[in-house]
Design a protein. Structure first.
Length: 65
């Protein structure tokens, strides 16, 4: 929950309340479709990676090494 709260705060600063709400709704939908038996792996991935894409507009162009 801390990770989500920090990212929502950052998104509010970046793009406003509505922008942060879009993030929160997508995380919520992922959580509802995810499974505890897998350790909520999909939700954890979305929490980190979606915020990364939403906060840094060019992030998907950055190569990973």
């Amino acid at each position: 929950m801390r990770d989500i709260a920090v990212r929502i705060y950052d998104l509010i600063q970046w793009g406003g309340i509505r922008y942060a709400q879009r993030y929160a709704e997508r995380v919520r939908r992922t959580f509802l479709a995810d499974h505890e038996k897998h350790g909520f792996a999909a939700t954890r991935a979305v929490v980190w990676n979606l915020a990364k894409l939403m906060l840094i507009k060019d992030e998907f162009y950055v190569p990973t090494c």
